[in-house]
Design a protein around this ligand. Structure first.
Ligand SMILES: Cc1ncc(C[n+]2csc(CCOP(=O)(O)OP(=O)(O)O)c2C)c(N)n1
Ligand code: SF4
Length: 247
């Protein structure tokens, strides 16, 4: 019988530990498919961060490094500068990237480091039980904002829009994974980001609107609906910066 779906070579055979309905798994698969399709498996180095995806080093069949909370862009910078012929990416949650690692991401982008960042925005701290993240939406209930986020907690940060203002940035896109059409668009953006790095054009980042059914207290189906109807309204998908004349 003809095989219609195979596991990307850039993924190991280890089953993901992610909760049912969590889109971290889809994001992993898309990154691996892109690396396979671009023929980059032998030269790619991934940097795992702190959060639910801390075990990404077990799942990607690539050279992987683990970084302390928020430090993945700094670690990736070191790897890329030492080994400029490699393709280097980080895989970071919103707590990791937009809270403790805000300095690292801004300065890596500002320096125009030729690395790719996969930024998973699920609007919450997943691994540690659902505390408010910088990306938590106004009114969203979390364990630290049980009545819903108010302006006393500050406003949600639009990381992609902010970073797109920096001259060092070559490519920034926001995508979502709430239906198959969006998944296809997400893969295209991830492929563009890795291609930008391959061409040596500078810093690239893809923000992926992702689910956390466990800490949102929603079923997997309702969590996808929440991304589409609530998250994607505040965080509109799209390309915010793209190298001119290349695509
Ligand atoms: C320096 C430091 N501060 C805090 C923590 C605790 N911590 C571990 S994971 C995490 C939240 C990660 O959330 P996010 O980056 O959004 O990823 P997710 O789990 O949602 O995928 C926190 C606060 C830590 N490990 N190290
Ligand atoms: S806690 Fe949330 S982000 Fe973490 S694996 Fe479960 S659903 Fe995914």
């Amino acid at each position: 019988m003809a095989e219609i779906l195979t596991r990307p070579e850039s993924l190991t055979k280890i089953p993901f530990h992610y909760c049912p309905g969590c889109t971290h798994g889809i994001a992993h698969r898309l990154v691996a498919e892109v690396i396979d399709e671009l023929g980059l498996m032998e030269k790619t180095i991934g940097v795992a961060s702190v959060g639910c995806s801390v075990l990404a080093y077990d799942y990607f069949n690539l050279d992987m490094q683990q970084a302390a909370h928020g430090r993945a862009p700094a670690v990736a910078t070191g790897i890329k500068r030492a080994l400029p012929d490699r393709i280097v990416f980080t895989y970071q949650g919103d707590g990791d990237l937009a809270s403790i690692g805000m300095g690292e991401i801004v300065h890596a982008a500002g320096r125009g480091e030729n690395i790719t960042v996969i930024f998973i925005n699920n609007s919450i701290y997943g691994m540690t039980g659902g505390q408010m993240a910088p990306t938590t939406l106004m009114g969203q209930k979390t364990t630290t904002t049980p009545e819903g986020r108010t302006k006393d907690n500050g406003f949600p940060l639009k990381v992609s829009e902010m970073l797109a203002t920096l001259d060092g940035v070559a490519y920034i896109a926001r995508v979502a994974l709430f239906d198959p059409g969006q998944v296809i668009k997400a893969k295209k953006a991830i492929k563009t980001a890795f291609t930008v790095q391959e061409k040596g054009l500078g810093f690239s980042l893809v923000e992926i609107l992702s689910t956390c059914p466990t800490n949102w207290g929603l079923s997997p189906v309702k969590a996808l609906k929440y991304v589409k109807e609530t998250m994607a309204q505040y965080y509109p998908p799209g390309e915010f910066k793209k190298p001119e004349g290349v695509w």
